[in-house]
Design a protein around this ligand. Sequence first.
Ligand code: SF4
Length: 896
Amino acid sequence: MAASDTPVLLINAPLVANRLGYPDLSGLDLLELFAFVHPARFCVPTPRGLAQALEIDEPAGDEDVPAFLQRTAGALVTACEDPEWFEREGAWSALQSMERLRWPWAGVLKPHVARPERAEKWLFATLPEWEESPERGSPRQVELPEDDVLQQLDHLTGEGSEKREGQRAYAREAARIFAPRDARDLPHLALAQAGTGIGKTLGYLAPSSLWANASGGTVWVSTFTKNLQRQLRSESRRAWPMKRPDGTPPVVVRKGRENYLCLLNLEDALQGGFASRPAILAQLVARWAAFTRDGDMIGGDLPGWLGTLFRKRGIAALTDQRGECIYAGCPHYRKCFIERAGRDSAQADLVIANHALVMVNAARGRDHAQRPTRLIFDEGHHVFEAADSTFAATLSGQEAIELRRWIMGPERKNRGRRRGLAARLADVASYDDDGGEAIEDACEAGAALPGEGWLQRLNEGEPSGPIEALLSAVRAATYARDESANNSRGQEAGYGIETEASGLPGEVIEAAGGAAEALAAIRTPLIKLGGRLEAIMADPPDWLDGQGRARIEGARFSLQWRVDLIAAWESLLARLGGPADPEFVDWLAVDRSDAREFDVAIHRRWLDPMKPFAKVVLEPAHGVMLTSATLTDRIGADASDAQDAKWQTAIARSGAAHIESKPLLSAAESPFDYAARAEVLIVTDVKKGDLPGLAGAYARLIEASGGGVLGLFTAIRRMRAVHGRIADRLAREGLPIFAQHVDPIDTGTLVDIFRDDPRASLLGTDALRDGVDVPGRSLRCVALEAVPWPRPDILHKARRAASGSGSQYDDRIIRARLAQAFGRLIRNRDDSGHFVVLSSAFPSRLLSAFPQGIAIHRLTLDEALVRVRDGLIGEKQTEAVQNAGELDDNIPDWPQ
Ligand code: SF4
C-alpha cells in the first residue's frame, strides 16, 4: 500500500516486485539512476555493490539499508554537479527526452544537470568512425625455441614470481601447435588436460604472443563462458598493450553479431519505434553507447541487469538478431560496432571468441581470409556440444516464421524499421528487371511459410499453407506416438515430447512432400537473385559506389545463408519417408514449457558432430589445441589400461579421427591439495521424491554453512519448488537466496551478486555447473540434489547405442558433470569446502570423478550438517564408502 501511494526508493524494482508478489510495483529505482549517471560502469546491483561502485560507506546491516538508499541517491545526484563528471556529454539532452517520457528520476535530476553552453551533439555524430586497413598478409612460418617460450612465460607471470613446473611444461606443450604444418589439411592437434590452478591461461598466452609477434599472424582463443572471456581480456594485458602506437587494439573480443548494439535499430527506437518504458530503456542504452568500449550488449560493459529492469525483449530488439542489417546502405555503417569488431579482429594479434562463433565463422563466414588458422579452444570439453548445435538442422515453426519475416517483412506495421527483401533491395529491383522479378517471386513464394498465429491455428486444426500443414501433421504424430505419459517426464510433467522420425504415418510423408515443394519455390528465386547481384557486381552501373558495392556484397552473403538453410530443410524432408541415414539422428518434437506449447519441429543432428567440425575447422587450420580441466575421463586409477581409457573420450570428441591425426596429449595435475581442502558428503536419508524433505535439507545446509552454498538441480521445476519453500524463511535470517529461472535477473548478474555477498546462496541448473568462477569464502559448499544422469532422449539413446559401451557411456558423461560441479568448489590454493550430494543413490563406481585422495563420507543429514557447520575436512574415507561397492547392485543404471 505504501509503495502504491508514494514512489519509493528501491534497488531493482522487478526483483522486489517478484519477491513481494506485487507485479505493479514501481518507484525510483536506483539502478536506473546509476545507469544514467554512470553508463558503461560495472556495478553489482545490491546495496553493497552500489556502495563499492560509488565509493561510499556500505550499509552496516539490513536495518541501515533504507537510509543507505537515500545516501546513494544523494551521491548520484551530486555526482552530476561535479565539474569532473566523466559521463556528462549528452546527459542534458537525454534528460530532456526522458522528462517527456515521464521517467520518474527526470524531475529529481533536472536541477542538478546543468544546461551545456553549446548544444550537445547527437550521439550518432559523436561516435568515431572505423578506418579501412590493408589486408594483413599471411603469417610467416616460424619456430618457437623452447627457451624463448619459457622466457616469455617468466615475463608474463612477472619477474621474480615462483616458477611453477606444471605451468612451464604446459606452455612448452602449447607451443607445439605453432610449428609449421607438415601436410596439407593436417593441423598440429594438441589435447591438453590442465588441472585447476596450474595457470593455463598464461601458459598458452606465452607461446601465442610470441608466435603472433614473430609471424605477424592472429591467434584465436575460443571459450565457452563469458567469464573466461573477461579473465582472458584482463590477463592478455600482460602480453599486449591496450593500443598499438597506431591506435589499433592488438587484442579484440569478438562475438556473434546478435550481441552488439545495432545503431540503426537504436535510432529507430529513439525516434518513436519504442514507446513508454522501452523508450526509457532506449535512452539509457544511448547514454551507454556514447561511452562503451565496443558496443557489446551481452556480457560486455552494458550492465547485465539493465535489460531486466525493462521489457523482456527490449535489449534483443536493439541488436541485429535477424540479420536485417543493410550494411553500407545504413547511415551508421562507418560507425557500426559490428563492422568495427570485424575489422579490428582482422588486424589483431589475439582474438578472444566463443566456440559457436568460431564454428559458424568457419562454416559460413563472409571472409575466408579472416578464418583462424591457429586456434586454442579453452573449456575444450564443450567443443562437442557447440559443434552439435552449430551443425544441426531444425525446421520448426519459429525458424520458418523468421525466414518469412526476412523475406516479406513484418506482418504488422508497428514493428519499427524492419523491412522485407523488396524494401531492402528496392534500388536493385528498379535497376535490374530480372532481379526485381526474382524478388517478387520470392515474396510470393514466401507466403507459404507460417505467419503470425500459426501455433493457434495448429491447435485449432486449421493450418494455413503447406509448411503449417506439415507442422500440424508432425504435431499430431508426435502426440500419437508419445509414451511419456507413463513416466515422470513428458505429457504429465508438461515438458517437451519427441518421437523418432522413422515409420512415420502417410500424412506426415505427404505433407513433407508439399512442404519441400514450397521450400524449393522459395529457394529458386533466391538463387536467381543471388546471381543477379553477382552480375551487378561484375558489371557495376555508374551509380554503384563503394558503399553500394559493400551493401550488395552483404545482401549476397545473407541470401546465400538463407539458400543454404532452405536446402538443408529440403534434404531433411526428403529423408522422412526413406531409409535412415546412419550419419544422422532425425526426430520430431513438440517443445513445451509448463505444458504450454511454443514450437513444433523436425530435428536433425549429426551422430558425430565432430565430423563436420573436422572438415570446416580442423582441416583448414595449421595448429589447434583443446584444453580444459575436465578433458580426460576420471576413471579409477586401478583400471588396467587406465591411461588409454582416460583419453579415449577426449580423443573421440576432438575430431582427430576424421582427419587421421594422432593428437599430441599432455596432462598437468592441479597443484591444489584437495584432500586437505575439501571433502564429499553423500547424504543417505533424504528420500527420493520427498520434496519437503529436500527443501528442508537445503535450508538446513544453508543455515549450517551460513550461506555460501551453490545449489545445483537437474530439474527447474524442483529447483523452483525448493526455492519457494525456503527463500523467505532464510532471508529473514539474513541468508538471502537467489535462483536462476526464478529471479528476474540474468545469470551473469546472479553470479556477481553471489560472489559479492558471502552470506548469499545461489540455486541453479546446468549453466551454473561449470560457468561459475567464485574463488574465496563466497562459495564454500556445493550441494547437488541428485546424480546428474543424462536425459534419455532420442539423441542420447542413439549416441549411446553407437558408442557400443552401454552404461559406461552414461557413466563417462556423469563423471564429467560431477568433475565440473566439483571444480566450482576449489578455485584457488586457499579455498576449502564441502561437496554435498543430497541423494543416497550414488553408485560408488562414479566416485572416481572426484580428485584422488579426497575423503568421501556416506552419512545422515544431521551428521553432514555438523561437518559443514564445524568446517571439518579431510579425514580418511569412512567405512561406509569402502563397503559401498555392495550397494551398487541395488542401484539402477538408469534414472527412474
Ligand atoms: S550497419 Fe547494420 S548492424 Fe550496423 S548499425 Fe547499420 S544496420 Fe545496424
